[in-house]
Design a protein around this ligand. Structure first.
Ligand SMILES: *Cc1c(COP(=O)(O)O)cnc(C)c1O
Length: 405
């Protein structure tokens, strides 16, 4: 028997959901490509991509096809038994990157949790149990488990939950001298987003990432890149580390990996992976056949010249539309980011209006994101139609006009 269709609306949220979010005032019910419809049938253009997740748009036919066919074949086995989609996806991720071993999880936080535990464990087994210091950065975001919020180091996310994991140091992003001042032989890892996402869409400079690589080599520490948001084509390359001419020790990826289906991965080398043994880490759902089959299809599509080369052209269209809006309204101080991870930074006169702009955009039929109080973030589908970009930007200009009036 089908589940009974209880009538629900945005008000229901306030009565039934843990109040850790403040969702927009409409409830999306259907999506196709870069268009979404709400309960009232109002149409939206989606520049938010479910926070950089729906990289192939909503209900991409190839992903739907895989969801259906794998859904009728095998969903879950647990890691007591392996499965073909996980083995294929891991093989393809390895072929496409520096990596030689893969661990699957279900969320970005889980991939990072695995990465941080692996970095500590590797140092403990290979060097010393005292080699546990993790260096991370101000405004970083790595997820919401206690370890990942602690490495993220934003007090608003990490305070109030009791004692935090120890031996984590935070220094300013893009400041190599600050890292030099705190790194030592007791450091097991530097953890960094190549492009800070939640922290304001801030790309690392090449000198910074290359400098971190050199410092890690000097101190036998691992360079862990959190590519949960920047990975899977978002930057115009499959992974953002490829822009920097370095080889990381560990990367994590999630958001776009399943194109909307929850799945994450931690990628590393054989040498680092070799300290692990059965039972040291694990997950029940991680690497399940349904998630991995969908991610395999997403990877097959994203990791092609058509999609990756299309990212920069779409970025150009976004940037030139934003510059035109800025000529009219003088509202942004900077457009930054890489590929289709774009941030429009509000200038001092309009700082802290990001949330108002998000709400006004929704009213005009456009979904955008913020990154902090003064950055509007755009993380659309990597295959968004140019006509959708144009129409979305027209709606964005109307929203800004309303906020400024
Ligand atoms: C979103 C994000 C995470 C957390 O991913 P979840 O799936 O929400 O656990 C971690 N790191 C970065 C860089 C992210 O953008």
């Amino acid at each position: 028997m089908a589940a009974e269709n209880l009538a629900v609306s945005r008000e229901t949220f306030d009565n039934v959901i843990l109040p850790v979010y403040a969702p927009a005032q409409f409830v999306p019910v259907k999506g196709k490509g870069s268009r979404v419809w709400d309960q009232q049938g109002k149409e939206y253009i989606d520049f938010s991509g479910g926070i950089a997740v729906t990289a192939l748009g909503h209900c991409h036919p190839a992903l739907v096809e895989t969801l259906k066919s794998q859904g009728e074949t095998l969903w879950h086995t647990s890691n007591v038994f392996t499965n073909e989609p996980a083995l294929r996806l891991a093989s393809k991720l390895i072929a496409a990157t520096f990596a030689e071993r893969v661990f699957f999880g279900n969320s970005g936080a889980e991939a990072n949790e695995a990465a941080f535990k692996l970095a500590r464990y590797y140092a403990c087994k290979k060097h010393s149990p005292f080699k546990s210091k993790i260096i991370a950065f101000h405004n970083a975001f790595h997820g919401r488990t206690l370890f990942t919020v602690s490495v993220g180091g934003q007090p608003k996310y990490s305070d109030g939950f009791g004692p935090k994991p120890a031996d984590i140091v935070h220094v300013p992003f893009n400041d190599l001298a600050a890292v030099k001042a705190v790194i030592d032989d007791h450091t097991c890892a530097i953890v960094v987003e190549p492009i800070q996402g939640e922290g304001g869409v801030m790309p690392a400079t090449p000198e910074f990432i290359q400098g971190l690589r050199a410092l890690c080599d000097q101190h036998n520490a691992l360079l862990v890149l959190d590519e949960v948001q920047s990975g899977m084509g978002r930057s115009g390359k499959l992974f953002a580390y490829e822009h920097y001419g370095i080889k990381p020790d560990i990367i994590t990826t999630a958001k776009a990996l399943g194109g909307g289906f929850p799945v994450s991965a931690m990628l590393t080398t054989h040498e680092i992976a070799s300290v692990m043994a059965p039972g040291v880490h694990g997950t029940t759902y991680g690497g399940n056949p349904l998630a991995c089959a969908i991610a395999e299809t997403a990877l097959d599509i994203i990791n092609t010249p058509e999609v990756l080369n299309g990212v920069d052209a779409r970025r150009e269209q976004f940037v030139s539309a934003l510059q035109k809006i800025n000529q009219q309204f003088d509202i942004f101080s900077e457009i930054r980011g890489k590929g289709l991870l774009l941030g429009a930074v509000l200038n001092a006169q309009h700082a802290s209006k990001a949330r108002d702009i998000l709400n006004a955009s929704a009213a005009e039929g456009l979904m955008v994101l913020t990154a902090g109080s003064d950055v509007i973030r755009f993380v659309p589908s990597l295959v968004i139609e140019p006509t959708d970009i144009a129409e979305g930007m027209a709606r964005f200009a109307r929203a800004i006009a309303k906020v400024l009036n």
